[in-house]
Design a protein around this ligand. Sequence first.
Ligand code: FMN
Length: 372
Amino acid sequence: MGHRRSRGPEVPAPRGPRSQGSPLQHHVSIILTPGMTIPEEDNLLECLLDPGEKPVCAAPLAGWTDAPYRKILRQFNVRHMWIPFVSTHAVASTKSPNRDGYVRQVLEEGGHVQIFGNNPRICRKAAGILEGAGAASIDFNCGCSVRKVHKGGGGSLLLKDLDLLEENLKAILDAVSIPVSLKTRIGFHLKDDKSGIEACRRAQDLGCAWVTLHGRYARQGFDGTADWDWIARLVDELSIPVIGNGDVAEPSDVKRMFDETGCAGVMVGRAILGDPWMIGDCRRYLEDGTSRPSRTRDEIVDVMLEHQRLILEGWPPPKGVWEFRKHVAKYLRGFAQASILRNMIVRCDDSEEVERMLREFGEGRPPSAISG
Ligand SMILES: Cc1cc2nc3c(=O)[nH]c(=O)nc-3n(C[C@H](O)[C@H](O)[C@H](O)COP(=O)(O)O)c2cc1C
């Protein structure tokens, strides 16, 4: 479409149903230009622009926040989440086995999507397809360092070539009218490299709606601690919203991140695994300082069994049971006897057996041998 999304208070409110009579119209109009629309069902940008909102988002976690877990998160009223990243090549190519599955998820959920890639032509095509499927926004991943992402020159590798990163981002922005965002890290190499910060500056200049900064360097992986100071510096410098990310383990960390950095939103990653209560607890803590209630075994088992059921809808046994196993360890973190139970479940291919073992655990009984 090629329209520019320059910022500026003179820009009129966006077209579309959401702009009509919305109390947030003024905030939204600050960074939206005509033709850039936000789908009806999504309001992350509005929340980010409203200082009273403090949105707490579920991070994209490839292999974990898949469709079944996203359904669980929605049941827990998590309002902001992403379908984890997909390669732009996969989306753009009719021959890719991943294409249909990903596009189907977008058609069904219409949520925020995340892409990685390094070819502007392919990025443009993929972005157009995902917008056509109903994506609420498109996030461009420039922070990930896993082999599959680096192999195609995408993710954090683009921090080594900011002009190429910019070309890709521009291609995505030109292709769609939904919000486009960037998720990145401080830089690639430790300490001396602030390419991620520069990437965020460029993202703002190009017209991105927001940026997410994980306060680590790509080379760090998940080592060390996230440096929130860089999130604060970015907030000071940019006028588009910044979502802060990295090392939120407790609801009090979310409050600390908002207070210490001034970020517009917080993204919680690993702490939501096996813990769909986390984001709601964070929101309650922000509202009135309520500390986390402890959950009964029964309560946890009910959620686990619902999670297994949802996984089995997509992957019949034994695959679905295998898929569920990795989540079991996360749900049972910190419980006595959890390792015995985990080891038993890891050897079991039968979903009903898994259910029986989990029910016993829920009732506080010691794990008993696999029957049959
Ligand atoms: C298993 C796993 C999968 C991840 N997948 C993605 C992904 O698909 N896209 C992305 O931008 N980041 C991904 N990340 C990074 C997280 O979104 C987040 O930035 C990181 O975990 C830091 O947040 P935390 O300290 O709250 O976990 C992943 C991280 C993990 C541990």
